[in-house]
Write a protein that binds this ligand. Structure first.
Ligand SMILES: NC(=O)c1ccc[n+]([C@@H]2O[C@H](COP(=O)([O-])OP(=O)(O)OC[C@H]3O[C@@H](n4cnc5c(N)ncnc54)[C@H](OP(=O)(O)O)[C@@H]3O)[C@@H](O)[C@H]2O)c1
Length: 261
């Protein structure tokens, strides 16, 4: 099926690695123009070198916590491609901390990253999205938003807030023709987990470590997900074919989610 994304423009924050990079790749394969940002110029350049983006790919160094930098990123993309139809708020990371290990700074930093990561790009892109006939925002979130884990106490609370915010945004922006949805991830094999494996020094190879992790966390499918398995869901929600889907959250988690809602 043609997803109708050819020649449309999508912004992807955190597009230099993992889920963001897989989303950029999937969008380019659909014929979309893509603007991707991240903080590290070298990582962005390496990502771009591995993509067949040509003139349809723009990369920019930008920290989503910096409203002016985000505005500059969005303006550059709009100027280069002449339109913005989609926004994927993906940039971020998690904070492995329990209540007694967290400082006031941890709470502030975590909430700032998660909320700025959605609100700054949306604010900068809103006028352009309003002009699109198929505007779609996808917030990359986590099953953690609905299934708290004490070892990720700040991230879980921030994620729950973002899920709530996404619903409000879907209602608020519907009148402007902008759909807003979330994709809730379980354990996806990306830089986040390779870094954690390296930091843990468990003595296990990465494959073995992953299998143990999936078993410990009760992943029904028995393995971590792949970034491209998330990208397919994101791209589907971005597509004009999903024109009646807004305010929803799709779990891409291999069955680790235990809730029924
Ligand atoms: N992998 C999982 O199991 C999992 C589970 C639940 C939720 N998530 C969420 O899914 C999203 C993607 O994660 P991933 O696993 O693909 O991680 P990843 O491989 O570490 O990629 C994260 C991307 O975000 C960028 N980034 C981080 N902080 C940023 C900032 N302040 N401003 C701009 N870009 C920033 C990174 O580039 P720079 O470092 O160069 O900025 C990188 O491109 C994240 O929000 C993550 O929290 C992941």
């Amino acid at each position: 099926m043609d997803l109708g994304l050819a020649d449309r423009t999508v912004l992807v924050t955190g597009g230099s690695s993992g889920v963001g990079l897989a989303t950029v790749r999937a969008l380019l394969a659909e014929g979309a123009n893509v603007a991707a940002c991240g903080r590290d110029a070298g990582r962005l350049a390496d990502a771009a070198a591995g993509l067949d983006g040509g003139d349809r790919l723009l990369t920019a160094v930008c920290d989503v916590r910096d409203a002016d930098a985000v505005r500059g990123f969005v303006d550059r993309a709009a100027e280069r491609f002449g339109r913005v139809d989609g926004l994927v708020n993906n940039a971020g990371q998690s904070r492995m901390k329990r209540l007694d290990d967290t400082t006031a700074e941890d709470w502030r930093d975590e909430l700032e990253l998660k909320f700025a990561g959605v609100l700054h790009p949306l604010k900068a892109a809103r006028g352009h999205l309003r002009d699109s006939d198929a505007a779609s925002v996808v917030n990359v979130n986590a099953v953690l938003a609905k299934q708290p884990e004490p070892r990720l106490i700040t991230t879980g609370a921030a994620r729950a807030g973002i899920l709530n915010l996404s619903k409000s945004l879907a209602v608020e922006l519907a009148a402007e023709g902008i759909r807003v949805n979330s994709v809730c991830l379980g354990l996806i094999d990306t830089g986040q987990w390779t870094r954690r494996h390296a930091a843990e020094d468990s003595g296990l190879g990465y494959g073995e470590w992953q299998a143990r992790l999936a078993a410990d966390r009760g992943v029904a499918l028995g393995r971590l997900g792949r970034a491209e398995e998330v990208a397919y869901a994101v791209v589907t929600l971005l597509s004009p074919r999903a024109s009646y889907i807004t305010g929803t959250a799709i779990d891409v988690c291999g069955g680790v989610g235990r809730g029924i809602l």
